[in-house]
Design a protein around this ligand. Structure first.
Ligand code: WTA
Length: 667
């Protein structure tokens, strides 16, 4: 499939050329306050990358300074070679060393509210957070965790999740965090892939007023794998859980006698910091590996510039609504934000609990200044109606950000007007689990923005739109997005799968990093992401591999074959459509039996992969539209799912009546 025919995009290909200069009031005090300044800085960062990155790195704490900034042997990068540092030290101790121990580092808001409508709010200073992190680090050590051991973390959005990850970082145990919305099967697969012997979880986590049964999911997963020897359980919701003797222990019991002194382990720059799984084109999720030094430097630098973070502004309050189970939470709730010395806010639960105005209520009460969320959330808020927003004073906001998928210009304009009061710059940040940090984004005080475009390359990033030979294409011509030079937070590999790493990222366009996104560059030099060019569907900003859903469907007793495609969805960006051939006699389309089976298959995928992957449409069919050479015509399946007229050429189809039957059946 070529980049331009990608289905995954909601970005309009209509020429969108409204240009909004950075608000003058904002630009005045911004770290980068003019386009000219950005262009100069960017040019220098490309011409002299090593000098540029070394200067950034010098602002952080190193136990031992690097000997060489970059060692590049395509596709293997080593950054800050010979240097030693520690992520947790830079997130916590460095601030304490500089006399900021009493400054608020983390603000937590729980989901439940009391009778007066007040939620649980807990604030941690750098010193307090360090104490908690040290205590839990000592717990991990006492449980036998050593430098290099992979610790699986499966928790909700509570401070203990950040504490657990920082504790791992402190002792050099790479964490593998699994999003709390994933299923038992997903936990099992990841534990086995990472060969992890210990899981940190919680009894539950509040979501729309109910506990998510985290511990139960872990129990189910551990029925399927014998690898895990120890489970540490934080008590959050006090929901019923079963504790298995000899395997499961309560966090609070283990912590009783733990010392709050635990020196940070000096880590080599290239020591593994964490693994984070993301979906790919083939069935098995990829364990993306990030290392210590480069990841720290890149996430800290990008946080500072993209969000224009101001440590000296006592009012600064940054809130990213992502879950820490995704890369956005890793980089822009924890690792990139804490070293910047501004409070990071963490919210436990759903956006509509107890009511649809919860986010605006949070912004008003905590006086949030910088707000970072996903286009799918913005579209949901638009749908819920402006009355929820009008009730709240959002005047503390100074900057808005988006991430995860293309934002349609309509949602961008709404965000700017209704949430940002036309005074806040919007940073539409393009990046990936694999890139570790921001790659394309406006600089809020410098870049004129156009709704729907993620604008310009980040400092230090050499991005281009090319054809499959690696040659740059012309203005507004569609092509493949590539990164031509290494950057510090780039993935160092796929855990345990060297070949897949090379094939997935380095062979599509020889010599360049290929993220598998289509793009074009407009006459102002702004980049537009046009959608995935592989078999990944972006559903509400989550990457769903079509093969993963197909495998999940085929694992159901009644299913013989399945084909899964994406189709445009008003709120989620894309929906998942599944075409299923049964092993059992096919019930009549529209009958109760057919409906029951469709529902069952949707639930089955939810159970196998987690709720985010549930198909929006399931069509039962006797056959799939295939070419005479036996290839499934996915383009047709996408058109059918989208309800489009079938205009594409069907002359190569083996049997056209299949298409007519599928169309007649409806979604
Ligand atoms: C998509 C999330 C358009 C893209 C940080 C990418 C975007 C994938 C944007 C990575 C954006 C992310 N505009 N598309 N601003 N941000 N994407 O690994 O397709 O969960 O390759 O990382 O999301 O998703 P991931």
């Amino acid at each position: 499939m070529s980049a331009t025919e990608s289905s995954a995009s909601t970005t309009s290909m209509l020429q969108e050329n409204r240009l909004f200069p950075p608000p003058a009031e904002f630009a005045k005090d911004a770290h980068i306050s003019s386009l000219e300044q950005y262009e100069q800085l960017h040019q220098r960062s490309i011409d002299e990358p090593e000098a540029f990155w070394a200067e950034v790195a010098e602002g952080l704490h190193w136990f031992k300074k690097w000997e060489k900034v970059l060692d590049w042997d395509l596709p293997d990068a080593k950054w800050f070679v010979g240097g030693q540092t520690n992520l947790a030290y830079n997130c916590l101790d460095r601030q304490i060393d500089d006399g900021l121990g009493d400054k608020v580092a983390l603000v937590f808001e729980g989901e439940l509210v009391d009778d007066n409508g007040q939620p649980e709010v807990v604030k941690y200073t750098y010193a307090e957070l360090k104490r908690e992190v040290c205590r839990f680090a000592n717990v991990l050590k006492a449980q036998g965790v050593r430098k290099g051991d992979v610790v699986t973390i499966y928790m909700g959005m509570i401070p203990q999740l950040a504490i657990a990850m920082l504790a791992c970082a402190r002792i050099g145990a790479p964490h593998a965090i699994i999003f709390g919305g994933f299923s038992a099967q997903a936990i099992c697969d990841r534990v086995e892939d990472g060969k992890s012997k210990i899981v940190v979880t919680a009894d539950g986590s509040w979501r729309r007023g109910k506990p998510v049964p985290l511990k139960k999911n872990v129990d189910d997963a551990l029925e399927m794998t014998k690898l895990v020897e120890k489970v540490i359980v934080y008590q959050r919701c006090k929901n019923d859980v079963t504790m298995k003797d000899g395997r499961d222990q309560w966090w609070h019991d283990l912590e009783k006698d733990a010392s709050d002194d635990c020196p940070a382990e000096p880590m080599d720059s290239e020591d593994l910091a964490f693994i984070l799984y993301t979906s790919g084109s083939t069935g098995k999720p990829k364990g993306i590996m990030h290392t210590t030094g480069g990841y720290l430097v890149h996430t800290t630098m990008t946080s500072k510039y993209t969000f224009d973070l101001k440590p000296d502004d006592p009012d600064e309050m940054y809130w990213c609504t992502a879950d820490i189970g995704w890369i956005t939470g890793h980089s822009y709730i924890v690792y990139g934000i804490l070293p910047n010395r501004v409070p990071t806010l963490m919210y436990e639960g759903g956006p509509n609990f107890p009511a649809e105005d919860r986010f605006w209520d949070i912004i008003e009460r905590h006086k949030v200044t910088k707000f970072y969320t996903a286009p799918t959330a913005i579209r949901t808020f638009m749908k819920w109606g402006d009355e929820h927003i009008d009730k709240h004073d959002l005047s503390s906001l100074k900057l808005l950000g988006t991430v995860g998928e293309p934002i349609n210009p309509e949602a961008w304009m709404w965000y700017r007007e209704k949430i940002g009061g036309n005074r806040c710059p919007i940073v539409d940040t393009w990046w990936q689990t694999e890139t570790g940090g921001h790659m394309l984004t406006p600089m809020p005080g410098a870049t004129p923005t156009t709704p729907g475009s993620c604008c310009r390359p980040m400092l230090g990033i050499d991005a281009a739109v090319v054809n499959s030979e690696g040659e740059e294409v012309g203005t507004n011509e569609g092509g493949i997005l590539v990164i031509r030079k290494p950057w510090p937070s780039m993935l160092r590999g796929i855990y345990g799968d060297r070949q897949r790493f090379i094939e997935t990222y380095w062979e599509k366009v020889p010599g360049m990093y290929c993220p598998a996104d289509g793009a074009r560059k407009d006459e102002n030099g702004n980049f537009w992401i046009t959608g995935r060019i592989d078999d990944v569907i972006l559903v509400a900003g989550h990457n769903i591999g079509t093969m993963e859903v197909e495998s999940a469907l085929v694992s159901h007793d009644s299913v013989a074959e399945a084909a899964v495609v994406g189709f445009p969805h008003e709120v989620k960006g894309n929906g998942v459509a599944a075409y299923v051939i049964l092993r059992v006699p096919m019930p009549a389309p529209g009958s109760d039996d057919a409906k029951a089976l469709q529902k069952e298959l949707i639930q089955h995928v939810g159970k196998e992969l987690g709720p985010v992957a549930k198909p929006d449409q399931v069509r039962l069919t006797e056959a799939l539209p295939k070419t005479r050479s036996g290839k499934i015509m996915r383009r047709l399946l996408r058109d059918i799912a989208a309800g489009n007229d079938i205009t594409s050429d069907t002359s190569t189809l083996e049997d056209r009546t299949i298409v007519d039957k599928l169309v007649a059946q409806g979604g």
